[in-house]
Design a protein around this ligand. Structure first.
Ligand code: SAH
Ligand code: MG
Length: 208
């Protein structure tokens, strides 16, 4: 991966260890030959730089969705709250951080921010996707909605990447693990090489 982009990705605020970020970049490179990439959970743009670097190399695009108001665990008083990321009214607002990361990386022509709720965007979405990366809300309801909304939008042969897959509940919330298991049990996906809590599956057919 381009050195400058790698440094920007590593320096951005976010929740993605370097090795998982590079694995995501590799999945993006593989997929972006065939069509656009899409992620749920932009936050401050860290994963968007890894995937955006791949989109740029292939002349593709990354659509990065977030309402930018943070997940439950990002709210004031919660475990993953960052006091730098609030607006004048005290509400979480990661959009300025996302925009500044993407501009600093020079990726504005390849990374398209979509500000809104993931299932609402999905309802209007018709373009087949070469990769979907699910890294949004970690509640059961949010993770199920992301999987059920976006897995059907993947092209056959496209990649489904899921972050924060922790088989042991002691390591973290179970919802991403549960959608990962659901995808595997459907028969419509085959598992590829993952890294840490990043899991990658290839879509075989329309079973979800
Ligand atoms: N991919 C990021 C981390 C994402 S954190 C990184 O590399 O660091 C999860 C993000 O999902 C938060 O910014 C939150 O606002 C967003 N989110 C949670 N539920 C969402 C929903 N239903 N629609 C859109 N965004 C959502
Ligand atoms: Mg994550």
């Amino acid at each position: 991966m381009d050195e400058t982009l790698l440094e920007i990705a590593q320096a951005a605020k976010g929740f993605m260890p370097d090795d998982e970020g590079l694995a995501l970049y590799e999945a993006g490179l593989d997929a972006a030959r065939d069509g656009p990439l899409l992620e749920i959970g932009s936050y401050c743009g860290k994963s968007a730089v890894y995937l955006g670097a791949a989109a740029k190399e292939r002349g593709s695009s990354l659509f990065s969705i977030d309402h930018h108001r943070g997940s439950e665990e990002n709210q004031p008083g919660e475990e993953y709250h960052d006091p730098d990321l609030v607006d004048e009214e005290g509400r979480v607002d990661t959009l300025p951080w996302f925009r500044s990361t993407i501009e600093e990386a020079g990726l504005s022509n390849w990374v398209i921010g979509v500000v809104g709720s993931s299932p609402k965007v999905a309802r209007a979405w018709t373009t087949p996707l070469a990769l979907v990366f699910i890294d949004g809300g970690h509640s059961r309801v949010a993770a199920d909605a992301d999987y059920l909304s976006w897995a059907p939008k993947l092209m056959t042969g496209g990649l489904l990447a899921i972050h924060d897959v922790f088989p042991d509940p002691a390591d973290g919330g179970r919802a991403p693990f549960e959608i990962f298991e659901r995808a595997r049990a459907s028969g419509g996906f085959e598992e590829l090489q993952g890294c840490g809590s990043l899991r990658v599956l290839r879509k075989l057919d329309d079973r979800i």
